[in-house]
Each structure stands twice: as C-alpha cells, then as structure tokens.
Design a binder for this molecule. Sequence first.
Ligand code: PLP
Length: 258
Amino acid sequence: MVSRPPIVLAIGGSDPTAGAGVQGDLRTIGQLGAYGVCALTSVTVQDTCGLSTRQDVAAELLTAQLTALAGDLRIATVKAGMLGSRANVEAVARFLDRHPRLPFVLDPVLAATAGGPLLDADATAALIAELLPRATVVTPNLPEALLLTGRPAGDDRAAEPLARDLAAAGATAVLITGGHRPGGEVVDLLFDGATVHRLPTPRLPIAAHGTGCALAAAIATRLAFGDALVAAWAAARAHLIARLRASLPLGHGQRLLP
Ligand code: PLP
C-alpha cells in the first residue's frame, strides 16, 4: 500500500511572488515531505520590492474553505499566517473550537517587512484574545512580540520576558525568532511554559522574503510527522538556513527562497 504523507493545513494570504504566504507555505510543506492544503484569507498585491494593496476574503468564504477541507481530509496540523481582518481571526478561532485537538502553529503576521499592514488594527486584540490561547506554539519575531505584549519598542529588547508574557496570555509555547535583533548570531528563544531553550545560529549576510512564514510552516510540518516541539524547531531552522543560502535575487527587491 502507498504510504500517505501527513496533511498540513496552511491558513493565510496569497503572495503573488510565492515567496511568502500560502504559496510559500505549500512549497515548504512539500519540501519536507508532507502534503499541504490551504485556505485563503486575503489576496495581496506585492512584488519583491513591496506590498501595494490587499483585499481580505469574506469570513464566510474562509469558513467554507476550512469546513470543506476538514470534512474531506485528515488534517494533521494547522499553520496560520496572515489573517487580514478581525472577522477572519474569529473564523479561525471557531474552526479551532470545532477541532480542539489539532496542533496549531500561529505565525502572528502583523505587517510585511517591506511595509504595509497585513492585519487590521482591531484584529490584533482578537488575535491575542482568541488565537493565542489556542496556539500550540506562537512564532513572533521581536517587533511582533513587542506589539503583541504592548511593551514599548526599545523598552525591553530581551526576548525572555516577552515570551513569558505571551505564555501568560495563553500560548502553550512561544518561539521568538532572533533575526531582527542585532549581533553576529541569531538566537531564537523557545519557552514551553516550563523551560527556556535557546538556539543560536551564525547570522548569514542574507535576507529574504518570507522567512517567518517558512520557519512556522516547517515547524507545523515536522509536528505533523510527530516530532516534539524542540526537535521540530531545530529541523525547521536547519531547513530555513539551507534555503536562505540558496535564496535567489529573482526580482529587483528581496531575495526569494527556493
Ligand atoms: N505576504 C504575505 C501573504 C505574508 O503572509 C507575509 C508574511 O508572513 C508577508 C507578505 C511578509 O513577508 P516578509 O515580511 O518576509 O517580506
């Protein structure tokens, strides 16, 4: 009998460059040997130089996508990225209510690196109240962690108190990625509610579009294969570093991950 790959559900926005968003997630999931399915939350208009506009999908249409997929396929893990609107945040929360045992990786996408909001201002509060408590792991970078905890930027550059704040807000585990902090090393920090783990890697002189999406999607994929969280995180980091090294300047702006 043919062995079936685990199925990972990516919920997120469309990125026409395919570097980030659901297109990037499906590539990450496939590269790691799982089968990716997706539910679209928003259509963005962007190229490697930046984002110009977006139109969010109606929450009813998002719910219909999620219901159709879950009714047909045996989903192993869920990854959510860009959600766009408050109504879409709530639609994802209701979906997770109906599937409470599904491991859920929440990448709290607030804005594009190149500028442009990817989550409405009034949706951030809903994401904190409704999705953080359902997250197996939430994966903010440092600026996102500062915004989610309400700490002023520059007030506290240390990731550990931010991770503890986000765990107190309900996330089972918190991974704060270190790429946005200065220094010769990138230090990711994972707090699993009991222990603080640190994963230092040398900083590559390479930046690319969609690295946050790629890391979170890879973690969701390794969790779908049954890895424990710390092992999933290490495998996801290694996969991302290999892709960063192989990233390509295909457009006029940010490099794209293969
Ligand atoms: N577009 C979409 C649809 C995304 O989900 C994301 C990130 O998650 C981005 C753009 C931003 O990518 P980056 O900030 O890495 O350029």
